[in-house]
Design a binder for this molecule. Structure first.
Ligand SMILES: [Zn+2]
Length: 281
């Protein structure tokens, strides 16, 4: 078990890495570690995380009461406390403002659909919590329905929330979610982006089972506004269809000769045909 002194060093290191990657600016973001059940070590409010020292950190309880430290704890301490209260397994919480994740939320495009195998293995879906004004109880409220099942959540128009068994694990999860957002962004510039099919996701989960990896939650309601379901108003081919990227991106995309909905349907049909073929053998 790490000492409080080591936890202080770890938080400072993680804050420097987050600032170094450009995922917070100035006094943005906050990081905490659970010292014991109801006591946490957390970054103070109004400090630049890239230049913070170990002595700047605050010890507080989950109600926000300061136990030790010379400043006020982060204004997002309620968000952190919600994670610790709802998830006894969580030992660290990282809140940042990663560029791509926030940009996707501003554009109204979810990252909840599964695109990359390693994300299915490690995170499952990445849900986006409804917008809430920063530094309010409403932010904590917005993540309540997700935090029990997800380690990585995008806060609409605001930032990211990642949790883990230690502060480096929570940082790694932030790095992974921003990376998938960046890959998705670039892919969308190149053309249509097709999510993994249900059959491909199930296959990945079977691979994970064999490795002994816990199954991560896949959002059933996940939607990338690709209109694959044909139910979204104003989201057909030639209109929004965000998974295809810009209009230019869509027109230059490899195509099965139809709309994005047709592309997805073709992939699903291919999967089903493949599964039936295997069943026959
Ligand atoms: Zn924030």
């Amino acid at each position: 078990m790490k000492s409080e002194s080591q936890h202080r060093k770890d938080i400072v290191e993680v804050c420097r890495r987050i600032h170094g990657r450009g995922w917070i600016s100035s006094t943005d973001g906050n990081v905490s570690v659970r010292l014991r059940d109801d006591r946490i070590l957390i970054t103070p409010t109004g400090i630049h995380k890239g230049f913070m020292s170990e002595r700047d950190l605050i010890v507080a309880d989950l109600s926000g009461k300061v136990i030790a430290g010379r400043a006020k704890p982060s204004t997002e301490i309620v968000l952190h406390a919600t994670c610790y209260r709802q998830r006894p397994d969580v030992q660290a919480v990282v809140h940042a403002h990663p560029t791509m994740c926030v940009a996707f939320s501003l554009a109204g495009i979810t990252l909840a659909k599964c695109l990359l195998p390693e994300v299915v293995f490690t995170l499952g879906s990445i849900p986006t919590a409804d917008y809430a004004p920063p530094a309010t109880e409403e932010v904590a409220e917005s993540i309540r329905k997700y935090i029990n099942e997800y380690d990585a959540i995008i806060l609409e128009r605001h930032g990211s929330l990642t949790v883990g068994p230690d502060v480096f694990a929570a940082y790694n999860t932030l790095e992974r979610m921003e990376h998938v957002a960046e890959i998705t962004y670039h892919a969308r510039q190149l053309g249509a982006v097709t999510p993994l099919s249900p059959a491909q996701i199930e296959r990945l989960r079977q691979v994970g089972d064999r490795q002994g990896w816990p199954r991560r939650k896949i959002a059933e309601e996940a939607c990338n506004n690709c209109n694959a379901c044909g139910k979204l108003e104003g989201c057909g081919a030639g209109s929004a269809a965000p998974m295809g990227g810009s209009a230019q991106g869509r027109s230059s995309a490899p195509s099965t000769g139809g709309s994005p909905a047709m592309d997805v349907a073709a992939v699903i049909a291919e999967e089903v045909a493949g599964a039936l073929g295997r069943a026959k053998r």
